[in-house]
Design a binder for this molecule. Structure first.
Ligand SMILES: O=c1[nH]c(=O)c2ncn([C@@H]3O[C@H](COP(=O)(O)OP(=O)(O)OP(=O)(O)O)[C@@H](O)[C@H]3O)c2[nH]1
Ligand SMILES: [Mg+2]
Length: 200
């Protein structure tokens, strides 16, 4: 099976990638498999910058084609926060603290003003390739309390109107069909066979 390296240490993201790349015939490999001690400081100010930084760092290190994902939640009533700082909004990768901070900051905000979107930038980089980026979004509404136990991050407080469910109430396949990450991966997947064959 062809492998695709994802420069991530987020197990929730890795599952999202597996749900989409698996059926396309690719095995997903993460930093836990190829560079467990590597910590990349995300110094970019945009999702795109951070995705490129992560993909190019790992592509250079491994001499392989690598995909990186930088993503987050943009809440309109909070001027786009937590944005690129989504993973470390209240505590570093503390999903519960991050959600509680969002809920607190939105206290008293009416449902029609709780609009938000997930944004995902994917970068694909290789030792001899020009790095390419693609983007995906998913529109939703921030709930007043958590619903569902699937997914990761802010999924329990992100309501998806088109499915009338919270993101955390969706199966991995259902999430992949409508999510920011799924939408971006599908754009990338169109190009992936060419990229993969270049290194084989
Ligand atoms: O509910 C969610 N469902 C999603 O589908 C989703 N996608 C992103 N996020 C949030 O945005 C951060 C990304 O930050 P991020 O791109 O730096 O990733 P990360 O630090 O978690 O892992 P890595 O890939 O950098 O190793 C994550 O931690 C989450 O808080 C999501 N939340
Ligand atoms: Mg990160």
């Amino acid at each position: 099976m062809k492998q695709v390296v994802i420069a991530t240490k987020n197990k929730g993201k890795a599952k999202d990638f597996e749900a989409i790349f698996g059926p396309l015939g690719f095995e997903v490999v993460t930093l836990f498999d190829v560079a467990p001690d590597l910590d990349i400081e995300e110094t970019g100010t945009t999702f795109e910058e951070n995705a490129i930084l992560k993909a190019e760092t790992v592509a250079k290190l491994l001499g392989k084609i690598v995909i990186a994902d930088d993503s987050g939640l943009q809440i309109d009533a909070l001027n786009g926060e937590p944005g690129v700082y989504s993973a470390r909004y209240a505590g570093d990768h503390d999903d519960e603290a991050n959600m509680q901070k969002v809920l607190k900051n939105l206290e008293g905000v009416k449902v029609e003003e709780r609009t938000a979107r997930f944004y995902c930038a994917l970068a694909i980089a290789g030792p001899n390739q020009v790095t390419t980026t693609v983007f995906g979004t998913c529109e939703g509404v921030i709930l007043t309390e958590k619903r569902g136990t699937n997914g990761f991050g802010y999924d329990p407080i992100f309501f998806v109107p088109q499915l009338n469910k919270a993101m955390a109430e969706l199966t991995p396949a259902e999430k992949g069909a409508i999510s920011h990450r799924g939408n971006a991966i599908r754009l990338l997947a169109d190009q992936l066979p060419t990229w993969v064959s270049e290194v084989e």
